[in-house]
Design a protein around this ligand. Structure first.
Ligand SMILES: [Zn+2]
Length: 57
């Protein structure tokens, strides 16, 4: 039973670690997406893409 709880503890730490890592990557990608349009790839510098604005849902 002690080993089981240890396993759960390690699992939870791993999940938290992965969640932090994932959120950090997502943040970086979000910045990247902000600088560049996801759809056409043109530089928008944090602004909405004029080409795709209205076309996307
Ligand atoms: Zn675009």
């Amino acid at each position: 039973m002690v080993l089981l709880w240890l396993g759960i503890g390690i699992g939870m730490i791993l999940i938290i670690y992965l969640a932090i890592k994932y959120s950090k990557t997502q943040k970086n990608e979000y910045v990247k997406f902000n600088m560049q349009c996801i759809h056409c790839g043109s530089k928008i510098n944090g602004l909405k893409c004029i080409k795709c604005n209205g076309a996307q849902h």
